[in-house]
Design a protein around this ligand. Structure first.
Ligand SMILES: Cc1cc2nc3c(=O)[nH]c(=O)nc-3n(C[C@H](O)[C@H](O)[C@H](O)COP(=O)(O)OP(=O)(O)OC[C@H]3O[C@@H](n4cnc5c(N)ncnc54)[C@H](O)[C@@H]3O)c2cc1C
Length: 380
């Protein structure tokens, strides 16, 4: 990595993320993964360091890093655990529309609850009947007096059991479909908002994934982010913001799997020599390296576009898709290179392989990313 491209503050934060991964995540994370438990105390340590605020402006209490530097920090974190990395990056996804389109009062709430008190946030879009088709959301927000009443269920919500703030996409006008959606900033503890089922997952087990239930949750009109009827736009802005981070985390995960494989193939002896001496193994390693490097280039290109203020809808989809497909492929190949041992929990690639799969599903499945790219080609 060309460190000279980053400011001193950015370099310090990247080094801190790396150190946090090595010292605070690595020693304990396998146990949390085994239990399927959110490592709350570990995540809190990172919150105190400001990992949830990386590329938000300093004037609003953020760390003020460029998107590109924040991506490097997320890549470092994901080498150690992507559940922990995503606790911070998903917080960023949830609050991004508030920082861009919210009111000063809303930004002040984010500043206090997320940056100063060190809290997490959740992005609440998905529902039982509205996954890829997020415009079909059935959670309603009905006007009552000066405010709104929210009713409905959100599922698969990352950080939901711990978040202090929720960006909730609800329908204020069902007849208008996605154009009738509105984003609300809801605080934890608001009457009627409760945490439902916690998911027991195959991988990504250190991330908290829950259902949220909205039962007559009353919020003031001031909770609307970006104006009534602009909820779909807010959600898409949030996802555009989050995709380079998912890409960077996928690159970090793949890089870790590759590093573990490179070490292993030099130690493991078969037929009287290290398995690395076989050209078939060397070509697999070379392909893995090429794929990781290509994914990294695409991801950091998108981060640069964001830093230049350019639209990244299509490039973000390309980078998210390539980086996460790469993570899955590289982790699968890493397990293959470990042979039977790669399938065992004593070896690190087993967890990386399980964790990698979710990247192809979250923040828009990779089929949906391909639809975005195809539509842009066909001028739709
Ligand atoms: C661990 C985890 C964490 C998550 N965190 C969050 C979160 O914090 N906030 C949040 O709002 N959501 C979250 N999600 C939800 C996630 O974004 C959705 O799961 C995802 O968007 C897919 O929706 P779905 O699961 O309903 O699948 P579906 O939309 O039912 O899709 C099923 C399959 O059909 C494919 N498909 C659907 N439509 C098309 C089409 N038109 N063309 C081609 N293929 C199609 C999909 O790609 C997929 O392969 C999370 C999910 C998981 C599993």
């Amino acid at each position: 990595m060309a460190f000279h491209l980053y400011t001193e503050e950015e370099q310090d934060m990247i080094a801190l993320a790396k150190q946090f991964g090595e010292q605070s995540i690595d020693p304990v994370i396998a146990e949390f993964d085994e239990k399927g438990e959110f490592p709350a105390a570990v995540v809190d340590t990172g919150l105190e360091m400001g990992l949830q605020s990386l590329n938000f402006p300093e004037e609003w209490g953020g760390a003020g890093l460029s998107t590109k530097a924040a991506c490097v920090a997320f890549e470092e974190l994901a080498k150690h655990d992507m559940g922990v990395a995503c606790a911070y990056s998903v917080t960023g996804t949830a609050i991004a529309p508030v920082m861009k389109y919210g009111t000063d009062a809303q930004r002040a709430v984010v500043r206090q609850k997320i940056f100063e008190e060190g809290g997490l946030a959740s992005f609440c879009l998905t529902e039982p009947g509205a996954g890829s088709d997020s415009g079909a959301a059935r959670t309603t927000a009905v006007k009552k007096g000066d405010g709104y009443v929210l009713n409905g269920n959100k599922v698969f919500i990352t950080n939901g059991g711990y978040a202090k703030l929720f960006l909730v996409i609800a329908s204020t006008d069902r007849s208008k479909g996605s154009k009738g959606l509105t984003a609300f900033l809801v605080e934890r503890g608001t009457k009627g908002l409760s945490v439902g089922k916690e998911e027991n997952k195959c991988g990504f087990r250190t991330s908290n994934t829950v259902e949220l239930v909205f039962d007559n949750v009353e919020v003031p009109a001031e909770a609307i982010v970006g104006g009534e009827g602009n909820g779909f736009k807010m959600a898409m802005y949030a996802l555009d913001h989050g995709r380079p981070y998912i890409g960077a985390e996928a690159v970090g995960l793949a890089q870790r799997a590759l590093a573990e494989a490179v070490k292993y193939v030099q130690q493991r002896q078969q037929f009287g020599k290290p398995i690395a001496a076989n050209q078939g193994i060397q070509w697999m390693l070379a392909d893995m390296e090429m794929q990781v490097e290509a994914a990294r280039c695409l991801t950091y290109h998108v981060a640069e576009l964001i830093d230049q203020g350019q639209s990244v809808t299509v490039n973000g989809s390309i980078a998210k898709c390539v980086a996460t497909d790469t993570a899955m492929k590289v982790c699968t190949d890493a397990v293959q290179l470990f042979g039977g041992y790669g399938y065992m929990k004593e070896y690190p690639v087993e967890k990386l392989f399980r964790d990698a799969k979710i990247f192809q599903i979250v923040e828009g499945t990779n089929q949906i990313q391909r639809i975005v790219v195809a539509r842009s080609l066909l001028g739709k």
